[in-house]
Each structure stands twice: as C-alpha cells, then as structure tokens.
Design a protein around this ligand. Structure first.
Ligand code: ATP
Ligand code: MG
Ligand code: MG
Ligand code: MG
Length: 466
C-alpha cells in the first residue's frame, strides 16, 4: 500500500466514524510559546483538550507534519526515527473514550491495513486494567501478547495539565531485526518490535502538587507514524526506503556516487541527508528561516548536518537544493504550501548551503588540527571550540559530533565559560551578531515571494478537507 493510500485510508476510516478531518497545521506552533515546533498531532489541538477553546466537532482526525529534534541523533541509525515525519491521529474531546479508541484502532489495523494478527502486540500502562480488559476481553488478544509498560513508554504527560496512560500497538518485524538479547521483547529499544500507534487516554489532570485528579471530560489522543505503517505495509527495511522517501535516497545515492546497501556508514550518511532534506523542505515551506536560535537553529543544524554528510560522501559543492523538487513532487499534492513555495524553498536552501560550504571548509581544517593536537582520546579545549563557532560559524553540535566520531571529548565547562564571556562582551557592545547578515538576506528573499502567506489562514475552524 502506497503512503498516499495509507493516509487516505486512515482519514476516511475516521471520517466514517464521524470525525472531522482537518488539514495539517503548520510546524510552527500558533499561540504556544512553550513549544519550539509541532511534534505530535495533538500539539495544535491543545486548547481543545484543556477546554480553553471549543473544537469545531468533538471528533477530529488529522495527518500532521511533525518535527522531533530530540530524535536527531537516531536518524539513519535506527530504522524508525526521523526528525520530520507525518503523524496520523484521531482525537476525541470529551466524546468517546478507551473502548472505542481501542476497538477502532484494532479494526483499522487488521481490516483496513490488513496486518496479520500474529505479528501484532499491544502494551498498556502498568495498572491500567481497564485498557487491559478491553484488549483481552473485547478484542480477544491473548495475555502473552499484552505487555504492561511503565511510565516512560506508557504514560503521557507534559508538566501540569491533562495527562493519562497510553496503549500502544507494535508490529514484530522478526527476530533477525532484533538485538538478539534474551530479554528482547515489546518495549525493547531495538528495531524488532516497531511501535506503530500510540493511543493516549487523557483522563487525569496533573495538579501543581503533582496529584492526578480524574477529569470529568475524558479525551482521546492517538498518533500513528505514517512512515512506520509504510515500512510494515511495503515490506521495506526502514523509513528511508518507503515509496515517498526512496526516490530522494536514490537521487542522493546517484549524486554522491554512493551505492546504497554496500557500506553501513555510507548508508547512514545517505539516510541522514535524505531525511534532513525532506524535513528542511517542509520547515522552510512553513516559513522557518535558518537562524541562530530556536526553530531557525534547528533548521540550520539539519542543513549543516546534511551538508557535512554530503562531504563525507565526497560532495564538495552545494547539492541539497537540487533535491527540493523531489520532495515537492512527492508531497505537494497533500501539502499545498510546499507546491506554492517550491522556488522559494530552493532559494533558501541554496543560499544557506553556499554559506555553510565556505565556513565548513575553513572550520574543518582548524578542527582537524585541533584534534591532532589533542591526540587520541584527548580533550578539545573549550575556548578553541568556541572560537570555531564564534569566528567560523562552526556549530558546536557539529564539533561535538565530530569529536565523538573520533573518540575525543569537549571541555564543556571551558566552552560555556567562553560563551558567557562573549555574551558579556556582546551585552556591552550590542549589535551585529555573527549571522546578522545572513538573516537579513533571508528576509529580503522572503519579500521576493509574494505568494507566501504563512499559515494565518489555516486556523482549525478554517479549511476542512473534503
Ligand atoms: P519511539 O518509542 O519509537 O521513539 P514514541 O513513543 O516516542 O516512539 P509517540 O510519542 O508515542 O512516539 O508518537 C506516536 C507515534 O509517532 C509513534 O507510535 C510512532 O509511530 C510515530 N513516531 C514517533 N517518533 C517518531 C520518529 N522520530 N520518526 C517517525 N515516527 C515517529
Ligand atoms: Mg521517541
Ligand atoms: Mg515509544
Ligand atoms: Mg509512544
């Protein structure tokens, strides 16, 4: 089943269960200063969960663009983590609860997607007997296929506010995909048991004192990774090989003259470039510009990582922007903001790429010398790392990554001290930041694209998919 069909099957299914299908919200959170970027389908719907706003309908379903920066180091190394991915979700705002959520998820997975039951496992939160009983008695899942997992995996909360236990659906990709440890089972962090869908039952309110008070309005919030469903339904190894991502991977394999599947490290580089460029395109398409902090920095970091892995594969000139077309071709139909922004995205990516190539060249030379000086398993002085960042625009994460790859470490304390000292100097000398110039350039570029209107028109109550 193609990704497009996986998406429409999900949305159609829940439309059939009286859900209102809304288009994806922007990756930029609206009116939510606590969030850097939207990382789950529920994030843009928060006001409906807290009761702050009335939802257009008590049942909603979406396919939401998500970015999860904390997963960045895992990209290309696990088969299932991306920084950018699409999350399918159905939501109930004080309407249906556990039983419907579980029965419907199972119905969709086994009859809509036709996944074989003998490959499926589920998890519930430790003491959530209600969910356990629904899975066991109503759905008929054998006890040995139901796992009780702890807070880390199966309880959802972010500080105070609505929270509750989760229940997840896992697909067994087979023993040969596992870590081989005798205790490898559902919940193991290896690639064998793939978590495809998480059902969150927001039934408590976590108070200031940390008490869990039952909510009168119980909610459902679910999230299924579209790429992960595609991995299963398309029988491929990882989410870089699914129908919508593979063309990009093949493209990069060609331009870097790197045959995929021959060398583990090179494959990882190819996957990182592929994944990051896809995310970059979506981020710029949503109006994020490279910068030195917040979202802009996330974007810059993804792009710089992709460029560097390009270098590792021997590409010395800007090459990412040429692949933006492939992302737009693949996703432009469902995400019109991409199609609209095609040229704009290319320009932004190109400009940032060119800039970085210049700094990278200089920075790498210096870092190489520094690492040589530090010797095997040595420590890189913090002020040197800072200078690399401050003078050459060489990002500190990149320095740390390269150090780790070479089994060296950074003198973090020294780095922080140097950073503080610089901040102090900047405070007294206000004005030009290292990247001030870049950012102005991007602003003028944005003005060139008269069509780009951002997301103001995409309020939840607004456009509704047919
Ligand atoms: P994992 O344990 O595999 O890291 P998670 O428990 O962090 O996943 P949830 O927060 O439950 O994920 O998100 C809901 C769903 O979104 C997951 O069940 C999965 O299908 C998908 N998903 C989560 N993180 C990623 C990611 N980095 N890349 C692709 N899909 C993801
Ligand atoms: Mg995770
Ligand atoms: Mg998990
Ligand atoms: Mg989960």
């Amino acid at each position: 089943m193609k990704s497009k069909e996986i998406r429409s099957t999900f949305l159609e299914f829940f439309k059939g269960k009286e859900h209102l299908v809304l288009p994806s919200f922007s990756l930029i959170p609206q009116n939510d200063p606590t969030l850097l970027m939207v990382g789950a389908g529920m994030a843009p719907l928060k006001p409906y969960f807290t009761g702050e706003k009335t939802p257009p309908k008590p049942r909603v379903a979406t396919c939401q663009k998500c970015v999860r920066t904390p997963d960045i180091e895992r990209v290309g190394r696990t088969s299932r983590h991306a920084t950018f991915f699409e999350m399918l979700g159905n939501f109930s705002f004080g309407d249906y609860f556990k039983e419907e959520a579980i029965l419907w998820a199972w119905e969709l997975v086994t009859t809509g997607y036709k996944l074989p039951e003998d490959k499926l496992y589920v998890s519930v939160y430790l003491d959530d007997d209600e969910a356990y009983d629904i899975w066991h008695k109503k759905v008929g899942i054998a006890p040995e296929r139901i796992f009780r997992l702890g807070k880390e995996d199966n309880f959802w909360e972010i500080g105070q506010g609505p929270c509750g236990p989760c229940s997840e659906i896992y697909y067994d990709l087979g023993a040969d995909r596992g870590c081989g440890r005798p205790n490898c089972e559902v919940g193991c962090d290896c690639d064998r048991f793939l978590e495809v869908w998480n059902l969150v039952f927001t039934q408590f309110n976590c108070t200031e004192s940390g008490e869990y008070v039952p909510l009168t309005q119980k909610n459902i919030d679910t999230g299924a990774g579209l790429e992960r469903l595609a991995v299963v339904l398309q029988g491929v190894n990882n989410l870089f090989e699914i129908d919508t991502v593979r063309p990009l991977l093949d493209h990069f394999s060609k331009v870097t003259k790197t045959e995929y599947g021959k060398d583990q490290e090179k494959d990882t580089s190819l996957r990182i470039i592929t994944e990051h460029l896809r995310g970059i395109s979506f981020m710029v398409g949503d109006g994020i510009l490279p910068g030195n902090e917040g979202r802009g920095y996330v974007l810059r970091r993804l792009l710089r990582r992709a460029v560097r892995h390009g270098k590792i594969l021997g590409v010395g000139e800007p090459f990412l922007h040429n692949a933006v077309n492939l992302v737009v071709d693949e996703y432009g139909e469902f995400y019109p903001e991409l199609a609209k922004g095609r040229e704009y995205i290319q320009k932004v990516v190109r400009l940032e790429e060119e800039r970085f190539h210049e700094t990278l060249e200089q920075g790498m030379k210096i870092l190489d010398e520094l690492m040589h000086k530090a010797g095997p398993r040595g420590v890189l002085p913090g002020d040197a790392a800072f200078k690399l960042y401050d003078t050459y625009g060489f990002p500190i994460d990149l320095t740390k990554e390269i150090l780790a790859e070479n089994k060296l470490i950074l003198d973090e304390e020294g780095y922080q001290e140097a950073l503080e000292a610089q901040r102090e100097r900047a405070r007294s000398a206000r004005g030009a930041s290292v990247f001030g110039k870049d950012d102005t350039d991007y602003e003028s570029l944005r003005q060139l694209t008269t069509e780009f209107t951002g997301y103001d028109s995409l309020e939840a109550e607004g456009e509704v998919l047919a």
